[in-house]
Design a protein around this ligand. Structure first.
Ligand code: ADP
Ligand code: MG
Length: 149
């Protein structure tokens, strides 16, 4: 799907927020600047988060207590050894939480398998997004959330 400007990426994030439920793990894949954090920002705003949505580039994770579930927004770009994942205690991340994970390849082998993979790419001044369901739960979620996308 074509996302002509930042507002479109935010709106797409809001769409992904609609059917989000406890336990869903979503990998966000794409180059630096592809719009991963922008998408999460749109999603969180739609879920009522009013404060500044910070990129977890330095902290590795930002946590949000939402009405139905806890949401973890990871950015693993700066993680160079997957063992840092264990050192940071992320193994204890609750399976009841929603996890949105930028740069999941940095912790390959340690992370929970995704339900959904969202791929963003840069197309001149705009962006392209596509979603892939990896689990049956992810397929149900995408079916309800964004047909077609
Ligand atoms: N659909 C879009 N078209 C053009 N620019 C966009 C679009 N979506 C986001 N952007 C811009 O691209 C940049 C993406 O930054 P960011 O979301 O931090 O990327 P990432 O987290 O993937 O590194 C931001 O400057 C944002 O305003
Ligand atoms: Mg980012």
């Amino acid at each position: 799907m074509h996302l002509p400007d930042e507002a479109a990426t935010l709106a797409f994030g809001a769409r992904l927020a609609r059917q989000l439920h406890a336990g869903l793990t979503c990998y966000l894949v794409g180059d630096l600047g592809a719009g991963k954090t922008t998408l999460v920002r749109g999603l969180l705003r739609a879920l009522g988060v009013t404060g500044r949505v910070k990129s977890p580039t330095y902290t590795l994770v930002e946590t949000y207590e939402l009405p139905g579930f806890e949401l973890y927004h990871f950015d693993l770009y700066r993680m160079h050894d997957p063992r840092e994942w264990l050192d940071a205690g992320f193994r204890d991340v609750s399976g009841r939480a929603v996890s949105l994970i930028e740069w999941p390849d940095r912790a390959a082998g340690w992370l929970a398998a995704p339900d959904v993979i969202v791929r963003l790419s840069i197309a001149d001044d705009a962006r392209e997004v596509e979603c892939e369901a990896v689990s049956p739960e992810g397929a149900r979620y995408l079916e309800m959330t964004c047909k077609p996308c």
